[in-house]
Structure formats: C-alpha cells, structure tokens
Ligand binder design. Sequence first.
Ligand SMILES: NC(=O)c1ccc[n+]([C@@H]2O[C@H](COP(=O)([O-])OP(=O)(O)OC[C@H]3O[C@@H](n4cnc5c(N)ncnc54)[C@H](O)[C@@H]3O)[C@@H](O)[C@H]2O)c1
Ligand SMILES: [Zn+2]
Length: 355
Amino acid sequence: VKKFSVHSAIANRDYSVLFIEDVKQKIRDIVNNYPVHCLIDKNIFDKYKGILDEKKLKSCKLIEASEDQKSLKKVIEYINFLLEKGVQKNHKILVIGGGLVQDIGSFTAHILLRGIDWIFIPTTLLSMADSCIGSKSGINVGKYKNQVGVFHPPSEIYISPSFLNTLPKSELVNGIGEIIKHALIKGGEQYEFISRNISKLDKDKEIEMEIIYRSLLIKKEIIEEDESEKGIRKVLNYGHTFGHALEGYTNHKISHGIGVLIGVDLANYISSKEKLLTPPEFNKIHNFIYPFISSYAVKVEDINLYMDYLSRDKKVIGDEVQALLSQGIGKVKIIKTKLGTKLKNYIIEYFNKYA
Ligand SMILES: NC(=O)c1ccc[n+]([C@@H]2O[C@H](COP(=O)([O-])OP(=O)(O)OC[C@H]3O[C@@H](n4cnc5c(N)ncnc54)[C@H](O)[C@@H]3O)[C@@H](O)[C@H]2O)c1
Ligand SMILES: [Zn+2]
C-alpha cells in the first residue's frame, strides 16, 4: 500500500495520505471510530448506493457539485444544518467528493466552532492527484471564483482510485492537466515516468495509482517548503494565468485542465521567444502536450478581449504579470513580464500557429 504524510506548517501538524482498495470498509471504520457528520457529492451518493451506513452517521448532507453552489450562502446553510444536528468540537466531518465538495468541506470545517477536524475521500482525478493536499480552500463570491478561503488541511485523506471508473472523460482531463503540469515542474525521473505513462492512465489501474502517487509527491515537496505561497509554491500556477484567461474568453467551454495545458504551451512559446527555452526544448514539450489539447484548439480572434481577461488575473500587479516561464523541463521560473505589445504579439503568433 502506498502512503505518506504531509506536514502543514500553518496547521502545525501532519496529515496522512493513504491509498485504499475497499472504500466502503474504510468508511465503516471511520464511522465506528468517531462521531461523524458527512458532506457528500450528490452524484457519488446516487452512483454508489450503500457506500454509507446513514444510521451510524450523526448527520449527512448531499452537496450538488456545481460552481454556483460553492457560495457563502450555501456554507451558511451547511453550518445551520450541522448545528441543528448537534455538531460538537470533537466530531469529525467526512467529506466525499471532488475539489468542489472539498472546498466547501474544508472551509465549513475551518470556521465552524473555530475549526473542527475533517477527513477527505477524493473522488475525481483532480482531487486525488492534486487538490487533496496543500490545505487551500476557495469559495466563490458572485461571479468571482475562489475569492474567499482559508488554509485548513484534512486530518486524513483516503484515496480510492476505483471512483475514477465512473468519472466522465471530460472531468478526467482536468486531473491530467494538473498532473502534466507537476511533471513539467519537477522534471527528471518523475517527468520521464509520467510522460511515458499518462496516456495509459485510464486503461491500467497500477499505472493510474502510480501516477496519482507521483503527482502528489511532487506537490508535497513544494507545499511543505512553502505552504502559504509566499515563494516557491507559486510555480504551481504554471500555465494558469494564460489558461484562466482562455477559460474566461471561451465562457468556460475550455475546461480548467485543458486551459492549463494550453497555458503551459503558450508560456513555453513565450519562453522560447524570450530565449529562455531553445526551439528543440520547446518542441519536445509541445509534442508531448499537443495530443491532449489539439482537439480543443480555439481561435482567439479578439485578442484584445483575451488580453483583457489576462489583465484581470490575480497574478497581475499593475501592468505586469508574474508569468511562470520555462527554462526547460524541471525549470519553471517566475518572471515579471509587461502586459505590453510584445507579449500581445507573442500570443497572437502562438494562436495563429497552433490553434
Ligand atoms: N482547494 C484546492 O486546492 C483546489 C484546487 C483545484 C481546484 N479546486 C476547486 O475544485 C473544483 C473542481 O474540482 P474537480 O475537478 O475535482 O471536480 P468537481 O468536484 O467540480 O466535480 C466535477 C463533476 O464530477 C462529478 N463527480 C465527482 N466524482 C465523480 C465520480 N467518481 N464519478 C462520477 N462523477 C463524479 C461531480 O458531481 C461533478 O458533477 C473547482 O471548484 C475548483 O475551484 C480546489
Ligand atoms: Zn489548476
């Protein structure tokens, strides 16, 4: 069995990550050990009937996993619900779902009674291979995504990749985007393994688990060094500024994972223009990424609108963007870049060439 622990400097404790096969048994153990309230993704509850013995739970709330449900209003509703069910400081909240239910669970557990423990069972590839560790949570405020949040890691994480059997392909891609990002940040053996095997992920269970594990190890190293994102953790935003702008520009027809991959490719293109990356290095990474994004290629016809989205990103300060550029596989660097004509021309060039 694969397991490891992660140190949270902010919470001043370690938390454990354990890969499991029998999720039903694990839930039974948890519920027998502690007084538990459960927040569970409604889709999981419907698809995995009998996964919970509700009679043994203190309470159970089904959560609809859509972005408009990830609101402060809903959090207040869940807090009311839990208080009515007699939640106490020594109770635990068991959260079962993807990154969205994770955000709600983590945030709610943090502010309720000034912080109670929560246990997380991720059910999407993104939440297994990326978001489950790192302590962050984000709640949307109106149309603004993840603008309110806290750092509150779970106490235990149990990963059961068998959940992925029911995950739609369009959701799988979001996890793949972040896994490839991790591989390109770390480089070396991890990059070799992940790039060689990622296309087999949904066909081979052993490989699937190994890839999730390696993806988490890459992130663990970074967040243990800089959990609060003062420095090195910023590299995890590789591809995100350009990707977010594309998600916005296409009205979210481009999903997060694809946005990140196109964003990585665009960041690398800019890096090659700025002579940080040689053309063969750019091509090597491009040839690896391109099969994942080619069928989603979008023409950016209104470049000014795209630049407008870019300038609204959280990483933009004044007229400079803190761009994450690449000096090669395993060498992502934060480089302040002006949002001027030069950058705009690179972006036009990139989309003309590859979209
Ligand atoms: N806190 C963090 O560190 C962090 C990091 C990245 C993303 N996020 C947030 O996570 C959210 C995205 O999370 P996500 O990509 O994990 O997806 P998600 O939680 O939004 O779920 C996507 C869809 O898949 C369904 N689903 C979940 N598991 C399933 C399964 N096993 N089988 C079938 N359907 C299943 C859900 O019901 C939902 O319809 C966003 O809100 C994002 O802001 C948070
Ligand atoms: Zn992301």
